[in-house]
Design a protein around this ligand. Sequence first.
Ligand SMILES: [Zn+2]
Ligand SMILES: [Zn+2]
Length: 339
Amino acid sequence: VKESAVPGISVKEVAKPELGRGEVLLKVSRGSICGSDLGLYEYTAAYADFAKLPVVPGHEFAGEVVEVGREVSGLEIGDRVVAESVVSCTSCRYCRSGQPNLCVQFKIFGIHTNGGFSEYAVVPFRHMHRLPDRITFQEGALIEPLSVACHALLDIAKMAIADHIVIIGPGPIGLLTAKLAQALGCTNLLIAGIEADQNRLELARRMGFTTINSSENDVVREALDRSDGLGVDIVVVAAGAEMALTQACQVVRKGGKIINIGIYPNPVQLAVTGLVRRQISLLGVFASVWENYEKAIELVSNRKVDLNILVTHKYSIEQAASAFESAKTKEGCKVQLMM
Ligand SMILES: [Zn+2]
Ligand SMILES: [Zn+2]
């Protein structure tokens, strides 16, 4: 439970949640710690005026349906499921026009309403997706971040297979985006990180990707060399850092797109005139929508994307504080909690 506006987290017994209309009780099996969970844990400025405390963290979680409320259809006790991260209202302009991730009353599990780092979680049935038997709960708890990568590359970047892509930030979202780009047929992909990302760049290389440490090498020159001096079609910024955004502006080609998935802890300075004259699109990506989850499940089920290589650390829920501390060091990639 995140109880107070200071860094840290506490592990405690909470009441088993009550089921409301249209809701399902989930016996959670696995949860994955995300960068935003870390933001909440540290209580950075980006979360201090965003979160609603006290709250049970976690928006990346999978488990089994153990109780079904009134007016629930399509789900039964025993179904293995993954929950979406955003609870939407169904009736606002965005919900009605297929953008429930932008719902005016949106709530994120684990930030605005109790999430999945708990033995039991309550989720509206319309925000659940059934997992095929061949997808494990370990993989299921990574469907949400893969769905964000799907939203980024398919819906926002509208990636074409011939596109040259640079991904800045080799964290879980960066690596998942790389995996997805590869699964979609992209063959010209460069992953950039800094000195502190050494372990993750190493993991990226083990996954078969080309990487560059921009603390030691010139990422701009490398990206330009790889794209006839023009720059790349798509830059994905999966690191909330001013330097990453500056590099993105330098490696993107005229008319190209910069896709921002990272959350910036602080405001950044940006030379906008260059973006205007070079007709660059600077785009944000927030969470994902229903079809992105379905696509992610299909890709994992068909073994087009292997998620297990990203899981480097596992902790029991009782060791949640250690799990968060481990995630903070960035020594591994995805840290999971076992309920
Ligand atoms: Zn997440
Ligand atoms: Zn809505």
